[in-house]
Design a protein around this ligand. Sequence first.
Ligand SMILES: [Zn+2]
Length: 91
Amino acid sequence: MEYECAICGVEGMLVRSNNPEPLLPREQRVCSSCNAYVTATRVVLMTKAGNSASKGEFCDTLVNVLKMAYTLRGAHESLMELMMGNMEEDE
Ligand SMILES: [Zn+2]
């Protein structure tokens, strides 16, 4: 069984995936790298215990920020590869 990370989109074996709650529903899975964000979210939410009304909103915002960051990072890496390719052609 394979899965696709719900944040960065990397594919891997389901047995090595992580439960993304409370950042995302349990049915979705995240890679070990993105699991750091899930852990960080749990810690932040623990320190804000009792403020459950804004928990969902906080998670939604955080997931959108992470997805955008990965998209930007992917675009940057593609650009760097393109530039490296052009430099090699010039030589
Ligand atoms: Zn991931």
